[in-house]
Design a protein around this ligand. Sequence first.
Ligand code: HEC
Length: 150
Amino acid sequence: MSTRISATIVVILGIALGLIGCANPNPQPPGLTPIPSLAPVATGTLVPALQPSPAATKPAVTLNPAAAAGEQLYAQNCATCHGARGEGVTGLGAALRNSQYIKTAGDQAIFATIAQGRKGTAMPAWLQANGGKLTETQINNIITFLKTLQ
Ligand code: HEC
């Protein structure tokens, strides 16, 4: 009789333990967040190495033809007052490098400033039609160059 009872208790205990084990296969101390299982390592072909693009093999700075022409015209006509690198000359002309004006004014307004000059300042009119010595194309080339300094 008592052997049957103990056997029954063992069976019940076994079932209970089994149930606990099923319910919580990965027991953690309370308060700890379970470690997420690692994502499976991706398999498949490796990404081929990138080929250097043709642009990357070119020299660092190459001005486009318009900007290159503008750079020359700038050196000949503007550098005395605005600085060889557009840095400005104290008491003469404003900086045209990193210039808020060149960045924001818009091509039309910049063209007008150069073409007509600034009345009341030493900035002369440059467009031939206004008595200056530059053509429209030349002024546009200078503007293209000035944009490279921003
Ligand atoms: C004799 C000196 C002189 C020369 C040469 C000259 N500038 Fe100027 N420029 C000025 C002055 C002065 C101003 C008025 C703003 C200032 O006080 O710098 C000015 C203003 C400007 C501005 C407006 C800048 C701003 O922030 O409002 C531009 C753009 C400009 N010049 C471009 C040129 C270009 C391009 C040339 C050559 C084609 C040239 N300048 C030649 C003196 C000169």
